[in-house]
Design a protein. Sequence first.
Length: 295
Amino acid sequence: MFEFLNRPNIDTADVAPAEGKASATGHAIAWPGAGRVAWSPRDVVSLTRTGFIGNPVGFRAVKITAEAAAALPVVVQDQERRYETHPNAAQGRVEIIEALYGQLLLTGNGYLEGVGDQGLPVELHVLRSDRMNIVSGADGWLVAYEYGVNGHKHRFAVAPNETMVCHVKSFHPQDDHYGFSPMQASASSIDVSCRSLAAVGTAHSFQWVRATCIDGDLWGATDVPLSEVSEFYQVTIRQNGGVVRQEMVGAATWTYSRANQQIDLGVGAYQIAVAQVSDRYGAGLETSISIADHA
């Protein structure tokens, strides 16, 4: 009935259709965008490297808290006598508590190993949290701690009434075995902080032009005459009205290194002033500029 639909049109039967090439992705449209933020990894090792080793703010926060905890007195005694609080041959009471709190603050987990005979520890050692794995059974309950170093693993079995590992952990709302690291909660802020430090953490270089009152109008000269026995300049760095650094240089240029900035400056703007020094009159008038938003 509908065969006429297959009949060629007498007007176009001898006209070949125009050739064209079609792409399999021809219907895809690429919208340009600003891209995605590349955050650093969120594992314990990366967070420690980024938020503690590579961030002075994070380092200081963990250090102050751990030192404050280590300053608390610890007394070990029974009904008969008080025992010496020297946990092992390499560490004293303060060092081992500081190490334990440092691991707890960085990873949310702290592990103490007891070394001794017949279930009675005579030494205590802090184990690195990033090397420890918790082994759970088929029912989800803890059965062992596995500690790995350089490809070698040691398993600490967990018996019903005896284990040589004490696990101290912070509260984690979504994990039954591991504690929640404060570094994980502040990971995005740490990334922003580290990028800000990298952005402003550069040396500042300054150059100036020497002036003179003697033959200072020689337009053809590349530089005015020195008119002094030697060329010296006094460079002064000020912040909040006080002098934080002063140096003598022998050329019309000076670089303020990042290391010296960290030693000298707090947050905020600073001023640099330069004065030429005369053998006869001392330092002359200063010329200065302000460098804003130092961090």
